[in-house]
Ligand binder design. Structure first.
Ligand SMILES: [Zn+2]
Length: 225
């Protein structure tokens, strides 16, 4: 019996997991199970799977192509999403407001399980950096749903111009020095949304690939930023 992490042989019994004896390695301190059939995937494999996901492959097709079980793929996506989520939250708590000339806001919709169960992703783009700076996911397209994203943006940024489409909720919260309404001013965020639609299978139009859980839509979008 050897340690699966360092190959060490100084192992001591360390409880039972799922009916199998677990050992603790005296050399590296990590644990190993007896007759462990689980496969340890490399970091390269993990990154490849995530890259495939961001290139419009569905979870099941990645499972078939790469031989990684779909629950594990979902866990990897959620883990990387959490890193981005934590990063967004931590940078939101900084004291000084970051100056931003132009923020474009728009929303795109998808659904969970069935078409009538719609969900909306609110996306904020910094026009000069050409980058998605934040977003949120909601079940409705109303003011309280927008407020989640608006509050976070106002905690982080001093915005000169806010550019949106004609959705009246955008005018209800004073987020920027000036609010400009019109399709001509939201080209960038719309192209970002088009990219999300193109790259993430669940956001493709006329697709049979869709989200099976509300929180999954959120985390998958986090993984995309
Ligand atoms: Zn070890």
């Amino acid at each position: 019996m050897k340690c699966r992490h360092c190959g060490g042989t100084r192992l001591v019994k360390f409880g039972i997991v799922h009916g199998k004896q677990r050992y603790k390695c005296k050399e590296c301190g990590r644990t190993t199970r007896a007759n462990d059939a689980r496969i340890k995937y490399s970091q390269e494999k993990k990154l490849k799977v995530l890259a495939m996901y961001l290139e419009n492959n569905g979870i099941r097709s990645i499972e078939r192509l790469e031989g990684v079980p779909s629950p594990l793929i979902i866990r990897w996506i959620r883990q990387s999403a959490k890193l981005i989520y934590d990063w967004l939250r931590s940078s939101a708590s900084s004291v000084d407001l970051e100056k931003v000339a132009i923020i474009e806001l728009d929303e795109l919709y998808s659904f969970v399980r069935k078409k009538s169960n719609r969900i909306f992703v609110w996306v904020a783009v910094d026009r000069n950096k050409c980058q998605v700076v934040d977003f949120s996911v909601s079940r409705r397209l109303d003011l309280s749903s927008f407020r989640v994203l608006a509050d976070r943006l106002s905690c982080r940024y001093a915005i000169d111009f806010l550019c949106t489409d004609g959705n009246p909720v955008y005018g209800r919260i004073a987020l920027a020095g000036r609010h400009v309404v019109g399709k001509a001013e939201t080209c960038l965020v719309e192209s970002m949304n088009a990219k999300i639609r193109r790259c993430l299978a669940r956001f493709n139009r006329r697709t049979c690939r869709y989200s099976k859980a509300f929180d999954r839509v959120g985390s998958f979008a986090y993984a995309f930023i």
